[in-house]
Each structure stands twice: as structure tokens, then as C-alpha cells.
Design a protein around this ligand. Sequence first.
Ligand code: ADP
Length: 191
Amino acid sequence: MINLVLFGPPGAGKGTQSERLVAKYELVHLSTGDIFRKNMKNETALGQLAKSYMDKGNLVPDSVTIDMLKSELELYPEAKGFIFDGFPRTSPQAEALDIMLAEKSQGITCMLALEVAEAELEKRLLGRAATSGRADDGDIEIVRNRIAVYNRETAPVAEFYKVQGKFISIEGMGGIDEISNRLYASIDAHL
Ligand code: ADP
């Protein structure tokens, strides 16, 4: 099984690159942001709870996010592997993911971290607001809060994978194809 964590700040291109990795390696894409947005659209209780955090650019609480991811994993018993996109975003989430996978005698293959300059992130997020329709993309204050939350709560998660020798840094500036090719090369070298 290949289990990839695609990591990086908001606007780093995780969603775009996930689509390509899913197609190339035949993996199941688990994006916690997408799952929360689907719940918001369907007006579930989980969606309403998540919305109150997401609209401000804050993280949904760990207990809620971890339970949700756990039940999503159970939906794909036949999967060849997973891409975790937007998860883990905190150290407790990273620990919980290792435990969930260990229960299936699985583990994370590697973390691929897309590195993008902060000024570029702001530009990309504000730019995609028109097409994404996301309340958290169009407002500069919310965008800045998301980046600050990332730096404070999520960036330290890299350390968790570094000590396991599973952290791979990927230059996330450049063309979409160029970045995909960097990802493929790093994954293939790690298999
Ligand atoms: P981006 O990477 O562009 O910020 P996402 O779709 O991954 O977009 O996440 C959007 C929002 O969803 C986050 O700002 C956060 O509120 C919520 N969210 C997504 N994943 C998690 C997670 N693992 N833990 C807590 N909150 C999350």
C-alpha cells in the first residue's frame, strides 16, 4: 500500500496535485476540507459545526476531525492506498493517523511538503476566490489567519515525519506539470 501525506500551507496546490497523484498511483483521495465542505452543502450537523470554524479560517477541533477521518477510512477497505490532503494538520492528528493505520498493519509511506512563498499563497487564494466560491478565500484577513494558523499549528507536524525519516520537501513554485513531475520522481524514489 502507498499512503501519502500531501502537506503544505493553504494555497500550496495540494488539491490540484492530489488529482494527478490519485490518477497515477490509483489511490483514494481523502481531503478533510472537501469532506467538511460536502457536509456544509448537505447541511449536516457536522457541516454546521465545521462551518463555524472554517469561515473564520480556524481549525475544526481535533476530536471532530479525527473521528470523521476514521469513519472515512472505513469506507474504503479495498483501497490500494490513500492520499491524505489537509490531514494531519496538528500533532494529535498525526499521532491518531499512525494509530489508525497501525490497526490495519499499515503506515505512512512519506510526507510530501509543497514549499511556496507566503506572498504567492495570498495571491493564489485571493485569485481563486472567484471560482472556488469559498467564503475563506476572498477575504484578506481570513486568508492571513489561515496562513498564521498553518505556521503555528500545522507546520510543526513536519517534525513528526522528519524524525521517522519520511519527510520530503518539494519546491511548490513553478508550473503545475513541473511540480507534478517533482512529486512523481520523489514518490518513485521512495517506493
Ligand atoms: P486549504 O488547504 O486551502 O486551507 P482545505 O480545504 O484543506 O483548504 O481546508 C479548509 C478549512 O477546513 C481549514 O481552514 C480548516 O478550517 C478546515 N480543515 C480542513 N482540514 C482540517 C483538519 N485536518 N483539521 C482541522 N480543520 C481542518
